[in-house]
Design a protein around this ligand. Structure first.
Ligand SMILES: [Zn+2]
Length: 94
């Protein structure tokens, strides 16, 4: 049974030496893996956002208060968008 421990010890030492020798490469690979994971997460997030109904609808800027609202929720007077009836009334009165 002792031979197994000796072999395991030798393998561990070899792995340790290899890790020591290639630690920069290993760190690089780990960094790359992390970057890939981050990129994947970002893609996943943007996919969840794009699955929302808001993404296919362009945002428009209220010409009165400057709030960005989805085009389908904005009030359109002529070619000008407003976020709400309030802003339309304010614009008319001013
Ligand atoms: Zn507004």
């Amino acid at each position: 049974m002792r031979e197994i421990f000796v072999i395991l010890f030798v393998i561990l030492v070899l792995l340790g030496l290899t890790a020591l020798r290639y630690r920069k490469q290993i760190a690089g690979i780990l960094g790359l893996a992390r970057a890939l994971k981050d990129a994947k997460d970002a893609v996943g997030q943007s996919r969840t956002i794009s699955s929302d109904d808001a993404t296919s609808i362009p945002l428009v800027n209220c010409s009165k208060c400057g709030v960005w609202v989805p085009q389908n929720k904005a009030r359109k007077i002529g070619e000008i968008f407003y976020c709400s009836d309030e802003c339309v009334q304010l614009q008319k009165s001013s």
